[in-house]
Design a protein around this ligand. Structure first.
Ligand SMILES: [Zn+2]
Length: 445
């Protein structure tokens, strides 16, 4: 502060000296100097503003000067300017104030933006940061990784196991706190060509993907605790009813429910064939993986639906299952493509993932392109409800099944009719054999 006063003193003295030069008479000049310097130098913040800040003092000096200057001498320009500004001083102050305020506000804005950028970068690590309303990255998708980095199935193994978790070499993290027991697996593998006798097996041969179909909250940190609560309820329900082998919650966390080697009640009446073998009622033969999510004809997959954290989790979990049990890609399929109702011979008793499953993102062949053998080989039909569940569009695999049926009836309509009965027969025989095993298992539980 002291320094400021000194600067102001100097500047005031300089100003007085400047004005005194207009007085030619040494006597009058001395008189002017004495009266001008009698007043203390102004000690106001306003002095920091060039010219305008010193207006009151300039005006006073002009007044003092006018007393000693001869009346015929024209006033210098700076005098006139000073006195004009003095008269308009309130307007001048207002303009100055406005200028200072807007510069100040600009500085505050710019500073806050800079600080905002820095702190956003650090706070992003914390789960509960407050979102910046106009941050440019809002809603922007994270760019995908170009991949030369894929791990083959032989590079997937259990790397670490501890209380409540298993970590795998491909990044899969399986949480085991909800793990429970189910019945031992036992199921038939039916040879499509009937070359060998039907085999009873106990290790899983495929994967079925499901959706939990509960109500979904928006995926937003404002709902964080509710999102966690919903996941917990789903996990408890799944555990209590032994519904799935795995549940992937909305944060992409993978939970084991029923142990891999045991049967979860996930598939119901169902049929799948990898074109060499036929499997019927797939709970004991297939691993059930459920995404916490909901069928939506427009957008099952998206930031508020099945998100990339869940897809990533499913990708690495699928690799773990395939590596561990030598599961073929051809047997990784969705519930909507395998679920049947034997009572009315219709496809799609359950329709979760009848469309829109991101097969490619999981490193799998797109089963929507594969001929739907339940229709073309095992006598099932489908209705408009099934098509509607898939968003109203028929998909390539369904078209292929239809084309195969049409082709056989074109050749011989009587043979086609007989063929349909034979196909149904194949399913019926397989169904009753598997059903007997399932009954025995239910009794043993
Ligand atoms: Zn399902």
């Amino acid at each position: 502060m002291e320094t400021n006063f000194k600067i102001q003193d100097e500047r005031y003295a300089k100003m007085v000296d400047q004005y005194s030069r207009y007085i030619k008479s040494p006597v009058l000049r001395l008189k002017f100097l004495q009266s001008a310097l009698k007043t203390d130098a102004p000690q106001k913040w306003a002095w920091r503003i060039p010219f305008l800040g010193s207006i009151p003092e300039r005006a006073r000096l002009v007044l003092e000067l006018s007393k000693v200057l001869p009346p015929d001498q024209p006033a210098p320009f700076s005098f006139r300017l000073a006195s004009i500004v003095w008269r308009l001083r309130y307007v001048a102050y207002a303009l100055c104030m406005a200028m200072i305020l807007s510069i100040g506000a600009g500085l505050v804005y710019v500073t806050s933006k800079i600080i905002g950028r820095f702190s956003a970068a650090t706070e992003a690590k914390e789960a509960l940061h407050q979102p910046d309303a106009d941050a440019p990255a809002q809603g922007e998708a994270v760019a995908s990784i170009g991949s030369e980095a894929g791990l083959t199935l032989d590079k997937v193994w259990l790397a670490e196991e501890g209380e409540g978790y298993e970590f795998y070499s491909n990044g899969a993290r399986i949480l085991t706190e909800y793990q429970t027991d189910g019945a031992e697996r036992s199921f038939y593998r039916f040879d499509m060509e009937a070359n060998s006798s039907d085999q009873i097996m106990t290790r899983p041969v495929g994967i079925i993907y499901h959706l939990s179909e509960g109500d979904l909250l928006p995926f937003d940190d404002r709902y964080n605790s509710s999102l966690r609560g919903r996941s917990k309820s789903l996990l408890e329900y799944a555990r209590d009813h032994r519904l799935y082998n795995y549940v992937i919650d909305r944060f992409g966390r993978t939970y084991r429910i029923v142990r891999d080697e045991q049967t979860a009640n996930h598939a119901g009446n169902s049929v799948w064939s990898d074109s060499h073998n036929l499997y019927v009622n797939l709970s004991p033969s297939f691993i059930g993986i459920c995404f916490e999510g909901r069928s939506d004809r427009k957008k099952t997959v998206g930031p508020d639906g099945i998100n990339e954290a869940q897809i990533y989790a499913a990708r690495v979990l699928t690799a773990v299952m395939r590596s561990k049990y030598r599961i073929e890609d051809a047997n990784c399929v969705t519930h909507g493509l395998v679920s049947v109702n034997p009572a009315n011979k219709l496809m799609g008793y359950h329709t979760d993932w009848v469309a829109g499953f991101p097969f490619e993102a999981l490193g799998l062949a797109n089963k929507y392109n594969h001929e739907l053998l339940a229709v073309s080989r095992f006598g099932f039909n489908y209705d408009q409800t099934y098509i509607s569940a898939a968003g109203g569009r028929r998909w390539a695999g369904l078209e292929k099944a239809d084309a195969a049926l049409k082709e056989s009836s074109r050749r011989d309509s009587l043979a086609a009719e007989r063929g349909r009965a034979e196909r149904w027969e194949i399913y019926q025989r397989a169904y009753s054999k598997q059903h007997a095993l399932d009954e025995a298992r239910a009794k043993s539980e």
